[in-house]
Design a protein around this ligand. Structure first.
Ligand code: GLU
Length: 305
């Protein structure tokens, strides 16, 4: 398997030249565009690696999977989905348009920025510090990595430039979707996006989801089966921004991408996959990462459809 992953990396490294690194968060612009790494964690707890799998990156929108799980644990599905919908979107990940034009005023789903910010506002904690520490500890537990932390430079960079996210959040405060202090909620959101991980860490999150909420290497249940099912379903329909349909056709597994270039995939009953390549396409998905996942999906017959 390690040989297969090395071959997938070599076959697809050429694609790293095609995309562009996200620079709207200035600190992300420092990533090396040639990077391509993959890790697989099976449901027997075995781990396989290829390419630059040890490179750290900020997980960005991949954190939306983590905070959706925690919000569901804290509030139950009825309360969470009274604040955020479960419908895919054809608009960009940071779009504001449907917040005003849809009758419900709810953000469309928890995987776009507006929906993720609304979801994060539901996570328990008396202030942003406490809410974020719960997210951090939850992430450390799922990944089995007590060293997960935020990249402070990315956090500061995002906090300084996150005006679009501020606009989304204040708009949702005006419509009652967000009930608590907007700046506190945004602070949690900026921190969760700045959590730093490797392909191995995100493959482990995928493996837990693929295993219906149980850590494959220890047998510990992290989330109930029905929460894992909801999260994987939303990943299939909404996880790759406005390219989720195409991803389902080409690759066909629950997944979530982030503008740091990471992609987390959960192949039900089989494995978790973590991929990193920072150069993105126009929709914000890692180009070489998608190509590598596509090859892997064909080689290992991963599509759930
Ligand atoms: N922190 C990023 C933002 O809010 C996350 C976007 C993403 O990864 O899709 O713009």
């Amino acid at each position: 398997m390690n040989r297969l992953l090395e071959a997938v990396v070599e076959n697809n490294r050429q694609w790293t030249k095609e995309g562009k690194i996200a620079t709207y968060i200035p600190e992300l612009g420092k990533a090396d565009p040639n990077t391509l790494g993959i890790c697989i964690t099976t449901l027997h707890g075995e781990e396989y690696f290829g390419g630059d799998y040890e490179t750290k990156f900020t997980i960005q929108s991949i954190s939306k999977v983590i905070t959706l799980m925690l919000a569901l644990l804290d509030n139950g599905r009825d309360r969470v989905f009274s604040k955020v919908g479960v419908e895919p979107t054809a608009d960009a990940f940071n779009s504001i348009i449907t917040l005003e034009t849809k009758n419900t005023q709810k953000p469309l789903n928890p995987m776009i920025n507006a929906g993720a910010i609304a979801t994060v506002s539901l996570i328990e904690g008396k202030n942003s510090e406490e809410a974020f520490n719960r997210i951090l500890n939850f992430t450390r537990k799922i990944t089995g990595n007590p060293d997960i932390n935020i990249n402070k430079d990315v956090y500061n960079s995002e906090k300084a430039t996150g005006h679009r996210n501020r606009a989304l959040a204040y708009f949702m405060k005006s419509t009652g979707v967000i009930e608590n202090d907007v700046e506190e909620v945004l602070d949690v959101y900026f921190r969760q996006c700045s959590m730093e991980a490797t392909c191995k860490d995100i493959a482990r999150i995928g493996a837990m989801l693929a295993n219906d909420g149980v850590l494959p290497w220890s047998g510990e249940r992290i989330i109930p089966r029905h929460v894992a099912r909801i999260v994987k379903t939303i990943m299939v329909t909404c996880g790759l921004y406005d390219a989720s349909g195409q991803f389902a056709v080409e690759i066909g597994v629950p997944a979530k991408s982030g503008v740091g270039g990471g992609i987390l995939a959960a192949v039900p009953g089989r494995m978790g996959i973590g991929v990193l390549s920072p150069a993105l396409d126009a929709r914000g998905n890692s180009i070489a990462g998608l190509k590598a996942l596509e090859e892997l999906s064909k080689e290992l017959d991963l599509s759930i459809f």
